[in-house]
Design a protein around this ligand. Structure first.
Ligand SMILES: NC(=O)c1ccc[n+]([C@@H]2O[C@H](COP(=O)([O-])OP(=O)(O)OC[C@H]3O[C@@H](n4cnc5c(N)ncnc54)[C@H](OP(=O)(O)O)[C@@H]3O)[C@@H](O)[C@H]2O)c1
Length: 369
C-alpha cells in the first residue's frame, strides 16, 4: 500500500523528534543519575504517571501517596501508600525520601500538613504550582519575580473559597516556610498532550481534523506558550536529580509562538483541508466567545494579559527544560483522543460547540458584507 499523507507526516514527526535531540539530551542519557527515593503526593492522574514512568526508567525508587481512587491499576510494582491529604497522612510518618513531588495540592492547608510532617524526613520539596499564581501577567516578558497573589492583593469575601491563584500562592509560601532553601517550585502554563482530561488543547487538533471553516480567534498574532505534560514531568525529575531549588516557570517554547503558528502547526499533522477564519477579538467578546473558554488556549496579548504567552524562560532552558516538537504533541493528542470510547469523543469538554461556531461565523460574514 502506498504511504498515506498521515504516514508521511508521522515519519516527518519522528524525524523532527530526532532533529530536536540536542547534545544536552545525549549527555543526560549517557549520564546515569544517582538513584533517588522519590515520594509523589498524587501520581495517578494526568501528570503523575509521566513523572513516575520517567523516574523508574532513570533508576529511581518511587512511592505514591493518594486515596487509591484514581487509576488504582497503574504501576502495580510501585509502592503505594494510602491516605487523604485532607485528613490522614499517617502512612507517611517515620519514612524518609530525597525528594517529595506535591502534585495534588491546591488547598494550602493540605500543604501545611504535608510540609510540616515531611520537613525533617525529606531533603527537598517540589511543589507543582501554576502560571495562574501571578496576580497579573502584564509584564513583557514575564519572569518568576513578577508579583503573585497574596491575601493583600487578592481579598476574599468571608466564607468564599480561595481563588485558584491565591490558593497556589499561599501554598507556595507554606512550602517555603517549612523547606526554606530546599524548596523547588515549578509554575506550569496549560499542560497539554495525551492523557489531558480537560480537552482544552485537544479541542484544536480535534476541531481542525474535522475540517471546514474553523473559527480562529483574534488576528493570529497573539502569543501562546503551553507545555507538553511529558516535557514538564521529565524536566521535574531531572531537576530533582540535579538537586535544583528555587522557583521556575514550566512552559514554552522559548520563542513564543503566534496563535496562527499553533493552528497551522496542528493542521500540518492532519490530512484536514480546514480553513481558518480569523475573527476580531472585540467581535468575539461582543458575541460572548471568551478567551480560554469557548476559545481554549487563546489569550489576547494585551493589557493585564500582555505577557501571558510571553515568558522569558532562559533560566529554565539553561536548567534543561526541553520541548517536543508541536507536531509530536498534536499527533499524540489526536491519537489519544481517537483511542477513547465513542461517547467520550463526542463530548469534548472544552471549546465552542459546532452550532455556536457556525452562528458566530455567519454573524462575522454578515458584518464583513
Ligand atoms: N492541567 C493544567 O493545565 C495545569 C496547569 C498548571 C498547573 N497545574 C497543576 O498540576 C497539578 C495537576 O496534577 P494532576 O492532577 O495531573 O496530578 P496527578 O498526581 O497525576 O493526579 C492527582 C492525584 O491526586 C490524588 N489525590 C486527589 N485527591 C487526594 C486526596 N484528598 N488525598 C490524597 N491524594 C489525592 C489522586 O489520587 P486519588 O484520587 O486516588 O486520591 C491523584 O493521584 C495540580 O497541582 C494543578 O494545579 C495543572
Amino acid at each position: 500500500m502506498a504511504p498515506s499523507r498521515r504516514d508521511f507526516v508521522r515519519a516527518s514527526g519522528a524525524v523532527a523528534g530526532l532533529a530536536a535531540v540536542r547534545p544536552f539530551d545525549i549527555l543526560l542519557r549517557r549520564h546515569r543519575p544517582a538513584p533517588l527515593k522519590i515520594l509523589i503526593l498524587g501520581g495517578t492522574g494526568f501528570i503523575g504517571p509521566y513523572q513516575v514512568q520517567y523516574a523508574l526508567d532513570r533508576g529511581h525508587t518511587v512511592t505514591l501517596f493518594n486515596r487509591g481512587k484514581t487509576n488504582p491499576q497503574l504501576f502495580p510494582t510501585v509502592e503505594k501508600l494510602t491516605g487523604d491529604r485532607a485528613s490522614d497522612l499517617s502512612a507517611l510518618a517515620g519514612r524518609e525520601w530525597d525528594l517529595v513531588i506535591d502534585n495534588s495540592a491546591t488547598d494550602p492547608t493540605w500543604v501545611e500538613r504535608s510540609a510540616s510532617l515531611l520537613q525533617k524526613a525529606v531533603k527537598r520539596y517540589l511543589f507543582v504550582s501554576t502560571r495562574s499564581v501571578y496576580v497579573d501577567t502584564s509584564r513583557v516578558p514575564m519572569t518568576v519575580d513578577a508579583p503573585v497573589c497574596t491575601r493583600e492583593n487578592t481579598p476574599v469575601p468571608e466564607g468564599k473559597p480561595l481563588p485558584y491563584c491565591l490558593a497556589k500562592g499561599l501554598a507556595e509560601a507554606v512550602v517555603r516556610k517549612y523547606f526554606g532553601d530546599r524548596t523547588l517550585i515549578v509554575r506550569p502554563s496549560l499542560i497539554v498532550g495525551p492523557g489531558d482530561l480537560t480537552d482544552r488543547f485537544t479541542y484544536w487538533p480535534v476541531r481542525i481534523e474535522r475540517g471546514g471553516e474553523v473559527l480562529a480567534p483574534g488576528d493570529g498574532n497573539d502569543y501562546v506558550q503551553v507545555i507538553d505534560a511529558r516535557d514538564l514531568c521529565e524536566w521535574m525529575i531531572r531537576l530533582g536529580e540535579m538537586g535544583t531549588t528555587g522557583t521556575y516557570n514550566g512552559l514554552g517554547p522559548k520563542t513564543p509562538r503566534l496563535f496562527s503558528e499553533l493552528l497551522h502547526g496542528i493542521k500540518a499533522v492532519t490530512t484536514s483541508e480546514a480553513t481558518f477564519t480569523w475573527v476580531d477579538a472585540d467581535f468575539l467578546e461582543q458575541h460572548q466567545v471568551r478567551p480560554y473558554q469557548e476559545m481554549p488556549v487563546w489569550m489576547p496579548s494585551k493589557g493585564a494579559r500582555a505577557g501571558f504567552g510571553r515568558f522569558d524562560i532562559s533560566r529554565e532552558v539553561e536548567l534543561g527544560l526541553t520541548f517536543r516538537p508541536l507536531a509530536v504533541t498534536a499527533r499524540d493528542t489526536l491519537d489519544y483522543y481517537h483511542a477513547q470510547p465513542a461517547d467520550r469523543q463526542e463530548k469534548l469538554r472544552a471549546g465552542i460547540t459546532a452550532e455556536r461556531e457556525e452562528e458566530v461565523l455567519a454573524a462575522w460574514r454578515a458584518r464583513q458584507r
